[in-house]
Design a protein around this ligand. Sequence first.
Ligand code: FAD
Length: 441
Amino acid sequence: MEKKVIVVGGGAAGMSSASRIKRLRPDWNVKVFEKTSWVSHAPCGIPYFIEGLCGEEDLMYYSPEFFRRERGIDLHLNSEVIEIEEGEARIREERGERKYSWDYLVLANGSSPILPEIDGIELEGVFTLHHPEDLRRISSPLEKCRESVIIGSGYISVEIAEALLSRGKRVTLIARSNRVLRKSFDKEITAPLEEEMRRKGVNLRFNEKTIEISGENRVRKVITDKGEYEADLVIVAVGTRPNVELAKQIGAKIGKTGAVWTDEKMRTSVEGVYAAGDVAETRNLITGKRVWIPLATTANKMGFVAGSNISGMNVEFPGVLGTQITKFFSLEIGKTGLTENECKENGLEFISKTIKARTKAHYFPGGGEIKVKVIAEKETKKLLGIQAIGEEILPRINSFAVALYSNLRTRDLFFSDLAYAPPFSPVWDPLVVASRVLGID
Ligand code: FAD
């Protein structure tokens, strides 16, 4: 029998769940409501748009027409879901408000940037960069900008710092924390990144609290508890929070992380209602604890799983390892699994080693250096995490993620038959060396 599905949000999670349902149940009526004019968009590309490496239009993977024509999805753009109740949703569309009925509902309405309570945050020239739609307003101020300030020290701040420097802007980064990427990495891994950021000209201001953004209409200055910084462009990137208001309206349980609670099938606590992507929490695969790690890879897979289960399949989303990677110019930084801090917070007895290695055979031109920190359980030598900084870190992080997913021990990683030839790695790959120094007994 034909079913009606409503998907709230046309980002990664929403479009993968809608596409999956139409593939498995072509006769079902699948409506996606997206409050902007963007669909299947790529917020991850925003820093590279700012840097000038791609156009705004490149940040849409597939066009609305593609979803309508090729996938048969009833896509409503500029349509905001404003209320949901059992079997019905109220939508604010261009031609007015309307109600639509549903048998299944997918909450894929993402997250929103946190706006700290700072005087002057509403001034012209102050931006958050969360959705490609935010880019419309920034192009002209970006052209004119000479002095920029970034508030926040997460990966988006690092990426935006590179972008602004590349565009010839002066960059000051202000953070309340004592270092960049503090939540995701240990100190010895972020130290070389900070060194490189300073070397390239970023004015890093740690342990500073922003108290005011000042100017008349337009921003002129950022004032902290320790100083004042000229600014004609300010990017606020202090984190995000899940959009849980609609979930609360329908009575769905909100988890300890503040995001929507879901089980492995991406079902919420309300029958027929699923949640996927940034709006939903999941489980850490190592600790088993509930976590909220909003990333695009996860959003796509959660959407796929929600769509599969709605269509009658039996697919589980097992959880995440917190795998992530970013870069500042040619310096790459990435991790998967737990950091030393996270091991301590979880009461785990661990051993850790940090090594430096070449990324290619020592005689092969173009090789770089990589610093790798590996962590394993003290008794069992079960792998717990890796952090790396340097060049060509992706294959190392990704291989380690598979090892973690498979519950491998140091010995297993050491004897994994990794590929080698001089242009690609040293004969003792950094991963093999790292597992050996942790002990392969
Ligand atoms: P979104 O992509 O936020 O989509 C949600 C959609 O729902 C939005 O289009 C919104 O307009 C719509 N919506 C919200 N409320 C309503 C409503 N009531 N009615 C209708 N529509 C609504 N992740 C990575 O893995 N790697 C990266 O390198 C990376 N870089 C990033 C860089 C930046 C600058 C940013 C901001 C994010 C980055 N991310 C990255 C995170 C990634 O973009 C998100 O995790 C991902 O977009 C989440 O997808 P989603 O579908 O859950 O939410």
